[in-house]
Design a protein around this ligand. Sequence first.
Ligand SMILES: [Zn+2]
Length: 265
Amino acid sequence: MIDSPGSIMSLMGCAVWLPISVWVFSLISWSIMGEIDAGIGLLGAALGIVVGVAIMLQPNEQLTPLLLLAVFSMVATFPALRSYHTKREFARLDIQAMENAYEQLSLRPGNLGATMRIARIAYQRGWVAHAVAIAEPTLSQYPQVVVADDLREMRAWKNQLEPHHHHPMTCLECSSSNPPGQLWCKGCRAPILLDHARGAWLGTSSARRLVAAWLAGVASLVGIPLAASLLPGPIAAVFVVLFLALSAGVLWWAFRTNRRLASKS
Ligand SMILES: [Zn+2]
C-alpha cells in the first residue's frame, strides 16, 4: 500500500534475498571450483550479504535506491557470468581431451583418433588451417573407405578456409613461429596447440573482471555512504579508506595483465 512504505520495503527486503542467495551460492561454488579467484569470489559473496542485510534493516532511507541498484546490477551481470562459466567448463574439457590426445600421440605418432581429436578442437577454436593441416596427412595414410567420415569432416573445414586462418602460431615457450600442421613446436618441442588452448583458458578472466567491477562499484557507491551514515566519525573514516583501498585493490588484481602470456604471445 502506498501509505505504508515500510511494508513495501519489508516485502522488497524479502524479495531481494532470492537473487542475493543465488549470487552468493554461485560465487562461493565458483571460488571452490577455481572458476574465479577465491578472494574476489568470497568478497563478492560477503558484500552481497551486506547489501541484503542493509536493505532489510534500512539504516538510512536515502541509501535504499543505491542498495537496490546494487542488487539490480548483481542480477544484470548474472547471465554474462553464467555464460563465461559454461564456456570455461567447455574449455576445461577441451584441454583434458587435448592432453590425453597429446599423450597418446607421444606414444604412438600418427594415431588417427588422437590426431582427429586435436584437429577438431583446433577447428572449434577457429584455428581452421591448423586443423586441416593436422588432419590431412594422417587421413591420407588410411584407405578412403575407412576414414570416409573423417575425410568429409576435414573437407568441410577446408571449404571454410580463409586467408587469415593461415597465420602461423607463436610458441608460448620459445616464441618460435610455427606454420599450420605443427603439433609440437619446431623450436622447443612444446605441445603448441595444447599450450595455446591452456593460454586461452587462463586468459579468460572476464568473469573475474565482471565480479571485481561489481565489487568495486558497490564497495565505493554503497559501502562508503553506508559507513559514513552509520558509524561515528573516526571509525567511519577508517571504513571509507578501507572501502576505497578494497575497490582499488580488487580492480588492480582483476585487470592486471597476465605477464607470462603478455610477454610470450
Ligand atoms: Zn617453442
